[in-house]
Each structure stands twice: as C-alpha cells, then as structure tokens.
Design a protein around this ligand. Sequence first.
Ligand code: XIL
Length: 328
Amino acid sequence: MPTSLPTSLRELADRHGLLVGAAYNPRAMDDDPLYGRVLAREFNCLVAENHMKFKYLQPRRGEFDFAAADRMLDFSDRHGMAVRGHTLVWHNSIPDWLRQANVSRREALDILRDHIFTVLDHFRGRVFAWDVVNEALGDTGDGFYRDTSWWHQTVGPEYIDHAFRWAHEADPEIQLFYNDYDVEWVELKCDRTRRLVESMQERGVPIHGVGFQYHTRAADAPSPEDVARRVGRFNELGLAVHFTELDIKIPSSPSANDLRQQAAAGRTAIEVALAADNCPAVVFWGFTDKYSWIPNFTKGAYDHALVFDREYRPKPVLNAMMEALQKR
Ligand code: XIL
C-alpha cells in the first residue's frame, strides 16, 4: 500500500490556483487500479503521454481515432481535472502514411489544416491549452530551426505560423503554446525560443504561452534564479509559461544525496511557478517510476525520475514540493 501523506499535492496546489499535472498512460490505467487512484488524488491536471499526437489521432489518412483520448477525458471529467493537449505538430509523430505519401507543400498544408480543425473541433471545451508545435528549434549553433523535421523539409518554417493561425481559427478559446526542451536550462535554446515567439507576435500570429519541457538531471538542474529569469523573459512578451514535462533524473539505486538533489529540483519548479506572475502549471511526464518513459529512452538508466516510486511510495521530492506549497 502507498504510504499516505497528511494531505495531497493536489489539495495544496488548489489553494494557490496552481495546476499540478501528470502525463497519462492508458495501459497503466487499464492494468493497475492504483494508478488511477493515485493520479486523481495527487493531480488536478492531465496530459496524454502519447495518444493525442498526430500519428495516434490520425493513423490513416482522413481516419481519426479518438477512443483512447476520450477515455482519458472521461476520467478527467469524473475527477475534475484540467487537460492540456499535446501535441498537434511534432517531427516525431509523423504517421507512416504521411511520410510515404510524397505530398507537395500545398498538400502537406491541407493535411495539417484538416488535422488541426478536426482535432480541435472534437476536443472543443474539454482541453484548455494545446502544445500546437513541439520542438521546432535546433539545439546547436548552426540551424535556428530543426531543419531535419519532415514538416520543415516539406513546408518550410512557415508551418509553425500556419499551425497557430489555424488552431486559433478552429477554437479561439484555447490557449496556444509553443513547447520545447532545454528552454529552462540552455541559454541558446531560451534565446531561440524567445526570438521565435517574439517574431510570431510581430507577424500577428496568435500565441499565448511557451512550454518549458523541463526534463532535467538532478545533479545539474537549473538554479531557481536561472529558471525564474527565463520564465520572466516570456512574461516580458505577455506570454504564460507552463512547465510541461518535468522529470528529474537520478541514478538507479539513488543515494541520499541523489534524493536530496531531486527534491531540491522539484522544489525549485514549484517555488518559481508560485513566485512568477505567468506560470500557472507544473506538469510531470508521468508520476510513478513504474511507468516512466525514461528507461526506454536511456536504455535502462535513470529509472527513478518521478515523484512516486514503483510501489507508489512518495519520494522526498514530493514532500519537498508539498512543503513549498505549504510555505507560501
Ligand atoms: C515520449 C513518450 O513519453 C514516449 O512514450 C514515446 O515513445 C515518445 O514520446 N518530449 C515530448 C514528449 O514532447 O511528447 C515525449 O514523449 C518526450 C519528449
């Protein structure tokens, strides 16, 4: 049985109007009764880990499959949880039919427009914010954009503006986010993200916020000052920031010091969000190490990056986050 805490993360976050979220895994929900119980008890926000991505929603051209996403929305409705949408456009979620279709630029744009309108129409009123475009920027010195992306190669960088304009047209109520990794941590990435969204604003493209993915390693997590400053750089543009995919990597068989560093990084995220004017959401990429995506990605390493362990026992990082919420 999970050790129960005096109160929940969710209850404390609610007092501040802060969203605390987790990425949702439908298989875990089916297989494991504790999964849904802990998720609904500790979090007030959900995001689909995979099944709102392009290749899941439109597995065949013109045929949409909303079943898994709809089941998540039933769960979020039952438990009064807000839902973030993730993601309309991502280089890593191109279905095979699209990659193989050899489409022209014009046709690619038509497919994108149709996807966005169909998806936003389906989820109307149930998803409050969407990561419209995910990871469109390059990481290194050369190449402002991720120019290996299928969208970039087929359409050119204008796919970004189009996606945001169509999303706004399809549902003007939704908050539209640009989402990327390392924005909280790497100055070059933060600069580029700021340049991108500022130039979008100059072109009159609708955008409301930036997602800092915040996949981080405890040992070199960004300092509170740096994260706060980077959040502030988007506040200057009138944009919100959501921390969208937090996980805090520590070695397998963590030492007490590893757990302390993980707790410090989690506390930083909550403290920065609470102190900022423009950061109303802190979302983890999963919540129990039992279903973390990281070991798949790192060939088994860093399997302790989330706030509950495999047996749903809270880790020091959860307590640290709760303390930070209690202090203010
Ligand atoms: C990851 C999922 O967690 C995995 O299950 C999947 O195999 C690949 O995608 N950045 C993102 C997320 O924006 O969509 C990614 O999710 C993790 C990195």
